[in-house]
Design a protein around this ligand. Structure first.
Ligand code: ATP
Length: 343
């Protein structure tokens, strides 16, 4: 069964335009002018139950607008959408009991209340029975290590502690679908790693479908089997990360430090049928570029080990950040452009 079905979804906003200068401001008082902004422009995708899908794009690409339509906060201008079997904006009250939502920049907890009191209020909002609530809370407290935080006021929590509580709050009613909008924003690497691990476990144990919006591609690498990329309101890529890497990655580069002096001709001779490119910085240091789909790193190394003495080496490959940045720049994931190897 599909958790999310989106067909030709579109959202257009009417935005007031301000004219320039004092005369403009006075004219605005009498006659306002408006322009239409298309935030989401005819997108279609389906997400099966149990998938973790990354939803990425540059600032203003239309990610939050999509999430707001999927969670019933915004009504689409046109198109069809169904989430967990519901049309979110039509059946909002019933629908929200099946989804959890975390906006990294906004809290769903009551600032001056203790964490546990916020949880109890959410239990009532979602009409969760006492016994279910207790079982669920015990599990979340253990898995997110919330024991020491429950009686503290939310405003006194650190960002990382608050985010762990936000996640627990979004899961009190055991939703089958979780929407996360920048859940790791501003967190240090330790907390990010803990949250990623928690989400992975949640998905594996409970089969929870997760749609994750993020600018941190490490989140995507750690969690997502699939990524949907938006640009100017349109889907420009929908597939897995490995495919993106193999299509857009340019290859690998190995940087060597040699034990004794080598010559360029000698290195080229050793690897002459492997279609690799050597360059030397000096007699003791050099690099070899191995294009995508050419030789394997192991083949190149096998040619060298018995002939030259290697003191140290490092392997570099085009990283996901470089690839995605390049696609954002061209606005299309159709055909690879020149992507540099990240060194
Ligand atoms: N309520 C609104 N009224 C008018 N325009 C809006 C509104 N909400 C969003 N937009 C516009 O729609 C476009 C998409 O915005 P959206 O917030 O969905 O992008 P985003 O991909 O989530 O960006 P970010 O990564 O910065 O959060 C932008 O041009 C934005 O200015």
């Amino acid at each position: 069964m599909n958790a999310i079905e989106v067909e030709h979804l579109r959202k257009q906003f009417r935005v007031q335009q301000n004219r320039e200068g004092l005369t403009g401001a006075i004219r605005d008082l009498f006659r306002r002018t408006y322009k239409e902004v298309i935030a989401v422009n005819d997108i279609s995708f389906t997400i099966p139950q149990g998938e973790i899908c990354g939803y990425i794009g540059e600032n203003g690409a239309g990610k939050s607008t999509t999430i707001k339509m999927l969670t019933g906060i915004l009504v689409p201008t046109s198109g069809r959408l169904q989430v967990g079997g519901y049309v979110p904006y039509e059946q909002r009250e019933k629908f929200v009991r099946h989804i959890g939502v975390v906006f990294g920049q906004r809290s769903q907890l009551w600032w001056d209340l203790g964490v546990i009191e916020s949880f109890q209020l959410l239990r009532k909002v979602y009409r969760v029975g006492q016994q279910d609530y207790k079982t669920r809370l015990d599990e979340l407290v253990e898995r997110l290590q919330l024991g020491d935080l429950l009686n503290r006021p939310v405003r006194k929590l650190s960002l990382g502690q608050r985010m762990r509580c936000e996640l627990a709050a979004s899961l009190i009613h055991n939703p089958s679908l979780l929407f996360l909008d920048e859940p790791t924003i501003g967190l240090d690497i330790v907390v990010k790693t803990e949250i990623r691990q928690f989400l992975k476990d949640l998905n594996q144990r409970n089969g929870t479908t997760i749609l994750l919006t993020t600018h941190d591609l490490q989140d995507i690498e750690a969690l997502c089997s699939r990524v949907i990329m938006l640009d100017e309101g349109q889907v420009i890529y929908d597939g897995n990360l490995d495919h993106l890497k193999s299509t857009w990655g340019k290859g690998k580069e190995i940087a060597f430090q040699f034990e004794s002096a080598v010559e360029l001709g000698q290195l080229e001779q050793l690897t002459k049928d492997l279609q690799v490119e050597w360059s030397l910085e000096n007699a003791m240091q050099g690099k070899v570029f191995i294009p995508q789909h050419a030789a394997k790193v192991s083949q190149v190394l096998a040619r060298l080990v018995n002939e030259v003495e290697i003191r140290d080496m490092k392997i570099f490959e085009t990283n996901t950040d470089d690839i995605v940045r390049e696609i954002y720049k061209t606005g299309s994931a159709d055909k690879p452009a020149e992507v540099s190897v990240h060194v």
